[in-house]
Design a protein around this ligand. Structure first.
Ligand SMILES: Cc1cc2nc3c(=O)[nH]c(=O)nc-3n(C[C@H](O)[C@H](O)[C@H](O)COP(=O)(O)OP(=O)(O)OC[C@H]3O[C@@H](n4cnc5c(N)ncnc54)[C@H](O)[C@@H]3O)c2cc1C
Length: 586
């Protein structure tokens, strides 16, 4: 087995991983950095982000506003010290990207343009047309190429963390091209492995978002925090789940039911505003949890629009005109035509809520450190937590930058404080054991289960019981089903037993990650007997601050359900209040 020695291993080359690698390389050119990714960096999901990144830049805005919008939008489950850090660092990071060459869209006077986004009282979302993630990722990628100390391992799939004497000391990864297992020794590891939306059947998430990074940390004993909070984005294309960015509504698009009514005014998000002139924070620019929940109610009232892919609502952008759509939303137009056969210039586009983002993830402190010394996490796989019970659109891209950098600085301090590498004998034994587990999975015969079969059952369970609205009975059933699927996972057999690009093997490993994450979601959701943000219980309809103004922490167990515990929410200056999107400019 080949051993690669680094000071810091970064798992993931999306926005968070690349930002972390650059920060490490800049801060200390002597650091040896290994950047591992199961896909080429530009294929990471960050590339798919459309709408933009939030950061205060205009004179009528303030850090206070950004803080208040984020904390209220998160239904007061955010750690407020982390949010303060986010909003303070955000403009610096976005300007830094500008200096690295990110082509932000402009006002006619040349200054950076911003657009309105859901739940934000001021316009503060920086964007590059509707291809913001592509441009951000490209900027980070090309910047990372300047540093010789960043050694890339593209198409390496990380399988396990290595630990020695209670600290993280590296990981094992499969080189996909050869099937060989490699051992990466490091004094610190940063996980930036992205989200886990693929555990649901209908999602905006790319195929790689299978929660591997979360599962690696979880199995190593680090709890997953607030996993019950799964965000539905209100406007996905019913045919494919492809996202139509919130920027459609930010630019003035409206949502209609089958009667042509802007129904959000009936769900505490009125008053109705003139077409094309959104009143910030209301109507179509309400937060994602509320807008998705409103769709659910409309559907039950029989007000949804039937399509061949099921119920939908209509996203009407016709009044924006062809020029503005082409300038601000070219990708949206392209995708609507390609995937739905509908041109938004001439017709409203059917859309429906779709699984989009995990608010929960690897439990870290404000320094991006986990409870395992030497292990750090940032980006969508982490829960620091700035998103609380519901993320506001355009805060995630900013989070990647701010906490990707933060994780790098923390890891560097840890390494420079004299962290020793793991002992050779311990690491070697752990890596050999990890290799044996992969070999066993590949060569096993007589299996009775298939990856595709178990995955389908898992997705169905999640959609049925862990969706926009949940019940105790449904969640209990889901927990039972997932426990059964985890047991059956031990009996899968791979069709392909060869070494070169064995996607059968990789999908089996990804399924293992998703099953662990899914169980953390349903068990944490079952335990939270209240409704908050994206977690809505029909049997516990109210928010219950007395008992649940707390983060959930799910602790892994190899054969049993996770233990769910709680930790305090950090409140610095905003006491829990009522989320009001009825039109008051608060
Ligand atoms: C369609 C879409 C549009 C979005 N639009 C916006 C937006 O406009 N604004 C906003 O703020 N947010 C948006 N989001 C959310 C945001 O884009 C994501 O949360 C964010 O990009 C995640 O970045 P990341 O660096 O954490 O992970 P990713 O970009 O997903 O990267 C994960 C990395 O981890 C690697 N990896 C994972 N598992 C392994 C493994 N086992 N071994 C090796 N490598 C591994 C992958 O190869 C990849 O490089 C959007 C999301 C989607 C899906």
């Amino acid at each position: 087995m080949e051993t690669i020695r680094a000071d810091v291993v970064v798992l993931g080359a999306g926005g968070a991983g690349l930002r972390a690698a650059i920060a490490l390389a800049e801060a200390d050119p002597a650091l040896r950095i290994a950047l591992i990714s199961k896909v080429y960096p530009m294929r990471s999901h960050t590339c798919a982000a459309e709408g933009g990144a939030a950061g205060v830049i205009k004179a009528d805005d303030s850090l206070e506003h950004h803080f208040n919008d984020t904390v209220g939008g998160g239904d007061w489950l955010c750690d407020q010290d982390a949010v303060e850090y986010l909003v303070r660092e955000a403009p610096k990071e976005l300007i830094q990207l500008e200096h690295w060459g990110c082509p932000w869209s402009r006002e006619s006077n040349g200054s950076v343009a911003v657009r309105p986004f859901g739940g934000m009282i001021k316009q503060r979302t920086w964007f590059a047309a509707d291809k913001s993630g592509f441009h951000i990722l490209h900027t980070l990628f090309q910047t990372s190429l300047q540093f010789a100390s960043i050694r890339r391992f593209d198409e390496f799939y990380a399988t396990e963390l290595l630990a020695d004497e209670g600290r993280c000391a590296g990981l094992t990864a499969i080189e996909m091209r050869s099937g060989q297992i490699h051992r990466f020794d490091a004094r610190a590891v940063i996980i930036a492995g992205g989200g886990a939306g693929r555990m649901f059947p209908f999602t905006t998430n790319g195929a790689i978002k299978t929660g591997d990074g979360m599962a690696l940390a979880y199995r190593a004993g680090v709890p997953l925090k607030d996993m019950e909070f799964v965000q539905y984005h209100p406007t996905g294309l019913p045919s494919t789940g492809t996202l139509l960015t919130e920027a459609c509504r930010g630019e003035g698009g409206v949502l209609l039911n089958r009667n042509g009514r802007r129904f959000l005014q009936d769900y505490g998000m009125g008053p109705e505003t003139p077409l094309g002139h959104p009143v910030l924070k209301t109507m179509e620019l309400g937060p994602r949890d509320r807008v998705s929940q409103a769709f659910w109610h409309e559907q039950r009232k029989g007000n949804a629009v039937p399509t061949q892919w099921g119920d939908a609502m209509l996203l009407d952008m016709r009044h924006l005109g062809e020029k503005k759509i082409n300038e601000r939303l070219p990708l949206v137009r392209d995708m609507s035509i390609s995937y739905m056969g509908v041109d938004p210039v001439t017709d409203p586009v059917p859309v429906r809520p779709v699984v989009h983002y995990m608010m929960g993830g690897i439990h870290t402190d404000i320094r991006a450190a986990t409870s395992l010394p030497g292990l750090y996490a940032a980006g969508e796989c982490a829960c620091v937590s700035i998103n609380g019970a519901n993320r506001l659109g355009s805060n995630s891209l900013t989070e990647l930058l701010v906490f990707g950098r933060r994780a790098a600085l923390s890891a560097m301090e840890y390494v420079q404080s004299g962290a020793r590498p793991g002992a050779e004998a311990a690491l070697s034994a752990a890596a050999v054991a990890a290799q044996a587990r992969i070999r066993d999975l590949m060569q096993r015969g007589g299996g009775t289960e298939t990856v595709a079969g178990l995955r389908k059952e898992m997705m169905h369970t999640m959609e049925q019981h862990a969706g926009i609205y949940r019940t105790g009975d449904g969640l209990a059933e889901a927990c039972g089903k997932l426990a059964d699927l985890r047991r059956r996972y031990a009996r899968i057999e791979l069709h392909d037993k060869t070494n070169v690009y064995n996607t059968d093997l990789l999908q089996a490993l990804e399924l293992g990650s998703m099953l662990d994450c899914a169980e953390a979601v349903t068990q944490s959701a079952l335990a939270r007997k209240e409704s908050r943000g994206a977690h809505q219980r029909l049997d516990f309809a109210e928010r219950d601050d007395r008992n649940y103004l707390r983060h959930s922490l799910a602790f892994y167990h190899p054969t049993q359900a996770p233990r769910v515990d709680y930790s305090d929410v950090v409140i610095t200056k905003s006491q829990p209040g009522v989320r009001d999107y009825s039109g008051g400019h608060k």
